[in-house]
Design a binder for this molecule. Structure first.
Ligand SMILES: [Zn+2]
Length: 235
């Protein structure tokens, strides 16, 4: 389904989508969407009103949060790959519930300035965590480079999840999120295109579960060979 500018008011007022979700659907910037609404005489929802919609929507779509999900949430948070807001959206939880999960598991919450300023966590919480892999997730990579690279990988993979076949259009419709770009060997510093593939958010969570990583690494490496992305005899 393709959306055009004139769909914006319907998406915003009838389907109660927020500006960032609409921006993805219509292929515009968030400010472009809000500008469109304002310039056509529409009144935007207040922060409180839109919060209530988000809460209601999350309540309906709430996923089962497994132990593996909780571990992944801790990992993403301590590795600075996700803020409380991002995790709440990814797992369809309220921000309060997300924060409780993290606090309950002994995660020290970042202050907002710390979140911006500090690049590396102490590692203290990471080492206690079952998925800790010698700190490989902490290795830095350029954000701009990654965004551009992610786009290339999604396009190479036809914007389809390489595990379940979900399309990016479906992902945006269901979760207001793009497809993820996964590091096949779980080494965040290994951004070689053959080590990257496209997954939907649910598959990305599933394959990251403790004890299943080696299986999925091998599985996807074989897939990459079949697709001609990796040569069968690594040099
Ligand atoms: Zn999938």
């Amino acid at each position: 389904m393709k959306y055009i500018k004139s769909d914006i008011p319907r998406l915003y007022f009838q389907e109660k989508k927020n500006a960032s979700a609409i921006a993805l659907l219509v292929g515009m910037s968030v400010s472009g969407v809000t500008w469109y609404l304002r310039s056509h005489g529409y009144k935007l929802r207040s922060r409180g009103e839109s919060g209530a919609f988000v809460q209601r929507k999350r309540g309906r779509q709430r996923m089962d949060i497994t132990v593996a999900d909780r571990e992944e949430m801790v990992r993403l948070y301590i590795n600075r790959e996700g803020s409380v807001r991002q995790l709440a959206s990814r797992y369809r939880l309220s921000m309060g519930a997300t924060r409780s999960i993290l606090v309950w598991r002994g995660v020290k919450m970042r202050t907002s300035s710390e979140g911006l300023k500090v690049r590396y966590p102490s590692g203290r919480f990471g080492e206690l965590h079952g998925n800790w892999k010698n700190g490989v997730s902490l290795l830095p990579y350029g954000k701009e480079f990654t965004e551009r690279l992610k786009k290339t990988i999604r396009e190479r993979d036809g914007r389809v999840c390489q595990r379940c076949g979900k399309t990016e259009e479906e992902e945006i419709r269901d979760r207001q999120q793009r497809l993820c770009v996964n590091h096949i060997d779980f080494d965040k510093s290994n951004c070689a295109p053959e080590n990257l593939n496209t997954l939907c958010n649910v598959c990305n969570i599933k394959i990251g579960a403790k004890g299943k990583r080696a299986y999925w690494t091998k599985f996807f490496q074989e897939e990459q060979i079949k697709r001609g992305i990796i040569a069968s005899t690594p040099s």
